[in-house]
Design a protein around this ligand. Structure first.
Ligand SMILES: CCC1=C(C)/C(=C/C2=NC(=C\c3[nH]c(/C=C4\NC(=O)[C@H](C)[C@H]4CC)c(C)c3CCC(=O)O)/C(CCC(=O)O)=C2C)NC1=O
Length: 161
């Protein structure tokens, strides 16, 4: 996994150079939002179960996926879906703290689309639930932090699509 600092340093090192102006600006932006990121992460961790529950209520309950024949139907599959949403929320929070999406590629998205397709997990409903988590989280963490988190919910959504 990478973070905003190692990303900038690795790319300078490849060229054998000191950090240039734009690399310094990236680092500055990261450090300036540091407190915002840490505060958002603690709000999210204190409310994780509620975020998942509200997103499920917004996007999935009373839709075809929860009816007989739907992919969330039966307690076992319902629980697997809730668990997946919790994974997405937790890893998006890690990526937001790191300021870099690489952890999502390595630990979440790698092979996930293929797994979902082979199990008949509907990608479009999953993406709707991730977007609902994005909205619920935004309302909780407030302006500024909402954008920082939104980037990573969108990253997971497009990685699945
Ligand atoms: C940390 C990284 C990580 C991820 C992301 C992950 C996902 C993941 N979700 C799975 C299943 C599943 N995922 C879902 C999810 C859903 N079904 C729906 O209709 C909803 C739209 C959606 C929830 C939003 C369901 C229902 C299953 C079980 C499918 C089955 O066994 O039939 C499986 C198959 C194995 C299992 O059941 O545990 C994996 C690997 N596992 C991991 O280790």
């Amino acid at each position: 996994m990478q973070d905003a600092i190692t990303a900038v340093i690795n790319s300078a090192d490849v060229q054998g150079k000191y950090l240039d102006g734009s690399a310094m600006d990236k680092l500055k932006g990261y450090f300036e939002t540091g407190e915002l990121r840490v505060r958002a992460a603690s709000v999210i961790s204190a409310n994780a179960a509620a975020i998942v529950r509200d997103a499920v209520a917004k996007a999935l309950l009373y839709s075809d996926v929860t009816r007989p024949g739907g992919n969330m139907y039966t307690t076992r599959r319902y629980a697997a879906c809730i668990r997946d949403l919790d994974y997405f929320l937790r890893y998006a929070t890690y990526a937001m703290l790191a300021g870099d999406p690489s952890i999502l590629d390595e630990r979440v998205l790698n092979g996930l689309k293929e797994t979902y397709n082979s199990l008949g997990v509907p990608i479009s409903s999953t993406v709707q639930a991730i977007q609902a988590m994005k909205e619920v989280t935004a309302a909780l963490v407030g302006p500024g932090a909402d954008k920082e988190m939104g980037v990573y919910f969108d990253y997971i959504s497009s990685g699945l699509s």
